[in-house]
Design a protein around this ligand. Structure first.
Ligand code: URA
Length: 432
């Protein structure tokens, strides 16, 4: 078997078998296939696709490239939640504590932000002391003890994905349905939970720009999960607009804490309640999503979810006083209002533009080893569907610089204002 024949087979639109896929993944992970051949292989998959069975084989091969966590020593159902990536998405910080406060075990490995999208690990590192680098052993022990751990990816889990994702990032092969599905599902399956709720983002700020593509990705991931005997639920949610009001690390953690105090923005709260409810039902703690939503709301009202978040922070060496006094988070030295240049209803706040503007302020990174600034970002003051008058404040820039003219222009242009009324839709579908 050799790489050239396998690349040529996929280039010509033929189906690959298990041995061929295993050969490519194992040889690339071991360093026996160079980046230029793997780049050609990835582009052939990008252009010609893979059927469901090939996607399953690719996932299986990537999953087996490293450790598969055995969580069987932890009692009860273990759950995980994953978003395909977006702008202002701090959902894990709320959903994890809600679900764990009910006694459901949450085992979550998250990523860092790249490009216009944010990452949960960067957000958690806004809390002084929070350690995202637990060993696999410490991860398991913490879940046994307090029911939740949120850490960064360990080196030994799905190493094939780490190498492949870095290569896809620089070869324009990220937004391929089989490549995204196998990348996400290999990591989720390696983390060893019984239930996985996926939040598949759709829109300008997401990898999937259309509902049809997002549905295909969601259905593929649910079907891969089922082939491994896991319960997988995929929500399809809007990412034309940023989620919630806050974009940027400290700002997003503060918004998550406000939400755990029952004072979050409506769209973000609704999404957190739905994701929590799906996990609660799948874990067998409620029969219907309606009952589960009531349970999730109760954990916010009685502050048990907030206390669980503080406990998580404490166990991962962070300072839990920030959870109870979010005013302690350092703010940026310059807070600059952006005003509406005309009156009307907001139809869109382009998530891609807002994500890029936030990255340029320093909240995100272009390359994975870039340093980020936790204090900067954008706080929206008006959301899609709102009516604004000319001169009303649309958003605030939180910056370390006084002069942000280009970024101010970007944010103004991201707001699409029109005379007609508009009602945005956040939850587009749920696939089980
Ligand atoms: N998130 C991942 O983990 N992998 C992808 O390919 C895309 C989003």
């Amino acid at each position: 078997m050799n790489a050239i024949d396998i690349i040529a087979k996929k280039r010509d639109g033929l189906k690959l078998n298990k041995d061929e896929i295993d050969f490519m993944i194992n040889s690339y992970t071991n360093g026996d296939i160079p980046d230029y051949q793997m780049s050609a292989f990835l582009m052939a998959i990008y252009l010609n696709g893979m059927d469901d069975y090939e996607s399953f084989l690719l996932t299986d091969s990537m999953l087996k490239s490293g450790d598969v966590l055995d969580l069987s020593m932890i009692d009860g159902i273990k759950v995980d939640k994953h978003s395909t990536g977006g702008v202002g998405d701090k959902t894990t910080l709320v959903v994890g504590p809600i679900v764990a406060s009910l006694g459901i075990k949450v085992a979550k490995m998250s990523g860092r932000g790249l490009g216009h999208t944010g990452g949960t690990i960067d957000k958690l590192e806004s809390i002084p002391g929070y350690n995202v680098n637990l060993s696999e052993d410490e991860f398991i022990k913490q879940i046994e003890k307090i029911g939740i751990a949120i850490i960064g990816p360990t080196k030994s889990l799905a190493p094939a994905d780490k190498k492949l994702y870095a290569l896809r990032d620089v070869t324009a092969t990220v937004s391929s349905i089989p490549l995204i599905a196998s990348s996400i599902m290999s990591k989720k399956l390696a983390a060893g939970t019984d239930v996985i709720v996926l939040d598949v983002k759709v829109g300008s700020g997401a990898f999937m720009k259309t509902i049809d593509d997002a549905k295909k990705l969601a259905e593929l991931m649910v079907s891969i999960g089922k082939s491994f005997n896991k319960k997988v639920i995929a929500m399809l949610t809007d990412m034309n607009d940023p989620l919630g009001l806050a974009i940027g690390n400290n700002l997003e953690v503060i918004e998550a804490i406000n939400t755990l105090n029952g004072k979050g923005p409506k769209d973000f709260t609704d999404l957190c309640l739905l994701a929590s409810a799906e996990l609660i039902v799948a874990a067998g703690y409620a029969k219907t999503v309606e009952d589960a939503t009531k349970l999730a709301k109760k954990q916010i009202d009685n502050k048990k979810a907030l206390d669980k978040f503080a406990e998580l922070v404490k166990y991962q060496y962070g300072d839990p006083s920030y959870v109870y006094e979010p005013k302690k988070f350092a703010s940026a030295p310059f807070i600059i209002p952006i005003k509406a240049s005309k009156s009307g209803y907001i139809h869109k706040i382009d998530a891609l533009t807002i994500g890029n503007a936030s990255m340029r302020l320093g909240a995100g990174r272009l390359k994975l080893d870039d340093k980020i600034n936790h204090r900067v970002g954008i706080l929206l003051n008006k959301k899609s569907g709102d009516y604004v008058k000319e001169g009303d404040i649309l958003a605030y820039i939180h910056s370390v610089k006084e002069d942000n003219l280009e970024i101010e222009e970007m944010i103004k242009k991201a707001y699409l204002i029109d005379e007609s009324k508009y009602s945005p839709r956040l939850i587009l579908d749920v696939i089980k």
